[in-house]
Structure formats: C-alpha cells, structure tokens
Design a protein around this ligand. Structure first.
Ligand SMILES: NC(=O)c1ccc[n+]([C@@H]2O[C@H](COP(=O)([O-])OP(=O)(O)OC[C@H]3O[C@@H](n4cnc5c(N)ncnc54)[C@H](OP(=O)(O)O)[C@@H]3O)[C@@H](O)[C@H]2O)c1
Length: 196
C-alpha cells in the first residue's frame, strides 16, 4: 500500500513511525522539501520525501496539518486527491477561545469533505490520540486505540487494516458525522492539558 503523509511535524513523525513499522511504502510531503527530507531520513532509508508543490500521490493520504492548513492544502490539491482515501487527523480548535471552529451540526472532517471531489473517501482518525501514544503504541498499559469515523465502509476497513498492521488497535466509531463527537472529546482533553 502506498501511503502519503502530508506534514512533517509531531503527528507526521508519530504516524510515519507506525507506517514504517508496518513496512508500507511511505512518502512524506511538506511545504518545504528539506523538512520532508529530514523526517524521511529519520524514519528509514526506504521512506521518500517530496515538496507539496510536486503533487501528491499514494493510495491513502494522511493529512497531518493544523485544521486551517488542512483546509487550505486539501482545497488546493483537491483534483490530485480525487478517488483516494483522505485521512483528516486535525482538531479544529480555536486556541484563543478554546471552542470548536466548525459550525454547530458539523465537524472539521465534514467541512473538509465538502472541498473534495465526489468519489473521494474521507476518514476521521488519529485526532483523539496523542503523538507520543502513537509512537509508544500503548497508553496506561493498553494498546493505543485509533478511533475511525467515515461513510465509506471499504475505505474505513482499509485504514483499520493499516492501523492494526502497524501495531495499534482500531475502532470503527461510525459514520463521518461521528467526527463531531471525536472532535468534541479531543477538545475536552486539550482543555484539560492546557489547564494543568
Ligand atoms: N500533537 C498531537 O499529539 C496531536 C494529537 C492529535 C491530533 N493532532 C492534530 O494533528 C495535526 C498536526 O499536529 P502536529 O502536532 O503534528 O503539529 P506540528 O508539529 O505543529 O506540525 C504541523 C505541520 O503542519 C505544517 N503546516 C502548518 N501550516 C501549514 C500550511 N499552511 N501549509 C502547509 N503546511 C503547514 C507545518 O509546517 P511548518 O513547520 O513549515 O510550519 C508542520 O509540518 C493538527 O491538526 C492537530 O490538531 C495532534
């Protein structure tokens, strides 16, 4: 399976570590080629690196960017993402007010879905996992569980297999609208973290 991760930050590194463990073909994309290259070299000799400007290829595209950047990049590259499985991991939080950015009755994932061409599968996953828990593979002695929401059952199964093969547990939490709950729960965890 050819997997692309867009974003060479903390989550790009964490998810990339797992994808390499599962021996997937992995390409790291970033807006700067150097940053993508540095992470690719950290992850392993078989990992490719490319600037976003080169265009995105892969079967499963994991967008490891802040919410606003996810919207920006998905919108700009929508044609290249057509027909692929696109994974949104973002927590759409306004860090000034600690409120969710998407309008009531929607979620970041559903707003991003509106930017993609028909026939593209969007999945919400990883937003409720801290980067370190993905790298460690465990939380409080139990396997780290990745909660996965989406409307395309086949695409969801593909991601669940990828997650499980990488050494993590996967839980199907329902349709894409379940991202509303995933994002709310993550917001509460973020608030707790900032209040400590
Ligand atoms: N960290 C966690 O534990 C965690 C857990 C769950 C979910 N998440 C979600 O995962 C996503 C990534 O978080 P992170 O912790 O990996 O953040 P991060 O370490 O700050 O990395 C963010 C990456 O996004 C890139 N970026 C920012 N704005 C961009 C733009 N406009 N266009 C292209 N690239 C852009 C950054 O590139 P530059 O370095 O060039 O700015 C950087 O590579 C966020 O949506 C976050 O809510 C994070």
């Amino acid at each position: 399976m050819n997997i692309a991760i867009i974003g060479a930050g903390k989550m790009g590194h964490a998810i990339g570590t797992r994808m390499v463990a599962a021996q997937h073909e992995l390409t790291i994309y970033d807006r700067t080629k150097e940053k993508a290259q540095t992470l690719a070299e950290q992850l392993g000799t078989r990992v490719q690196a490319a600037p976003l400007s080169q265009g995105i290829s892969g079967d499963v595209i994991i967008v490891a960017l802040p919410y606003a950047a996810t919207r920006e990049v998905v919108g700009a590259h929508a044609a290249e993402l057509a027909g692929k499985i696109v994974v949104d991991i973002s927590n759409p939080v306004d860090f000034q007010t600690f409120e969710l950015i998407p309008p009531p009755g929607s979620s970041g994932a559903e707003e991003i879905a509106k930017l993609l061409p028909q026939g593209t599968s969007i999945i919400k996953a990883f937003n409720s996992n801290f980067a370190q828990a993905i790298i460690d593979g465990t939380v409080n002695g139990s396997k780290t569980t990745v909660q996965i929401a989406g409307d395309d059952t086949k695409a969801k199964q593909t991601l669940m297999h990828i997650v499980e093969a990488s050494g993590l547990a996967a839980a199907d939490v329902g349709p894409l609208s379940a991202a509303r709950t995933l994002e709310k729960t993550a917001l509460e965890n973020i608030k707790k973290m900032f209040s400590q």
